[in-house]
Design a protein around this ligand. Sequence first.
Ligand code: PLP
Length: 388
Amino acid sequence: MDLFQRFEKAFMPNYGVPPVALARGEGSRVWDVAGKEYLDFIAGIATSSLGHAHPALVEAVSKQVSTIAHTSNLFLHEPEVLLTEKLLDLLNAPAKVFLANSGTEANEAAYKLAVKYGRREGRSYFVAAENGFHGRTIGALSLTGKPAIRDQFGPFPIDVRFVPYGDADALKEAVTGDCIAVFLEPTQGEAGVVPPPEGYFEAAREICDSTGALLVADEIQAAIGRTGHWFAHQADGVTPDILTLAKGLGGGLPIGACVGFGDAGTLFEKGDHGSTFGGNPVSCAAALAVLDNLDLDHVKSVSARLRGGLEAIGHPLLKGVRGRGLWLATVLTEPRSAEVQRAAADAGFLVNALQPDAVRLAPPLIVTAGEVDAFVTAFPRILEEASK
Ligand SMILES: *Cc1c(COP(=O)(O)O)cnc(C)c1O
């Protein structure tokens, strides 16, 4: 039996069998178990921000694991303090942090903070966006606006009302003085890397301010340099009440964070929430290495190069490019994203067939101009192959 057959035999069928088995990586390159080389333009779903085997990440993680790998929350450690201080520094607003292990757990913390707020204020429902994605655990899933993955696991404990993403009028109508919180992605990731219209987040902030609902920004995919800014809301000039982070923060090691600004930072009382692994020293050391080694000017320049290069391609299958920073979707004129993903892999590039008509590109944030050029040069032939 090969590795794929063994995977299929041993694993629950929820992922299907992935098409490529990776063995190792270096920078923006990865190699599969047969030794075939790829340029990685998906980075473990916008997560391997420093690419693969970055020397600073390797050193930080190796040093930490050989010093102390785990303390639990019964004891504190310096890496978690350094990391939260650094995050607060970058956020540049009064806030407090809870550290988790993943995106969905960061959102569970946000959900529970909001529940505390709702009980205190006598409010009863949440608002979230259609097609939004917030995670797979029950609280986060209840906020996820995709009936296909949500509805079969309901009913959920709190009423969530869904509004079309990007429609400020619909949001205004849905959010009353009885609304606890509004959960939104600053750009919808899993829905197809869909940025909202200009001014949507500012409108959401105003609507929450005027009704007293909390604004929760799920930046699990958007933050930590992905858009060319540390945090996407900073580009929108809006500060949420609660912010959640994960994916790119640990550069591939599991970590999530829930940030409460102002009063939202002190809603939890002692004993209200916790995680045995959350904020473990190794993941914190990795996140510190990420924050110390990202170069936002580099992200801005290579993302402009990637976008410009893709937009200059004239091909009947390519309708356009959308997204922000190094977080793009190439939008197709036909539902052939699976064919594009396959043709790209054959040509030595890993991309993600995110929606039937959208292919996600999220390379490591250290991707070079030369690597971007290699992808842009190869893409017309990939589209041609996928059209057959
Ligand atoms: C990936 C993602 C999540 C869930 O993160 P996990 O680490 O997979 O639990 C939640 N929200 C957004 C916006 C995401 O992209």
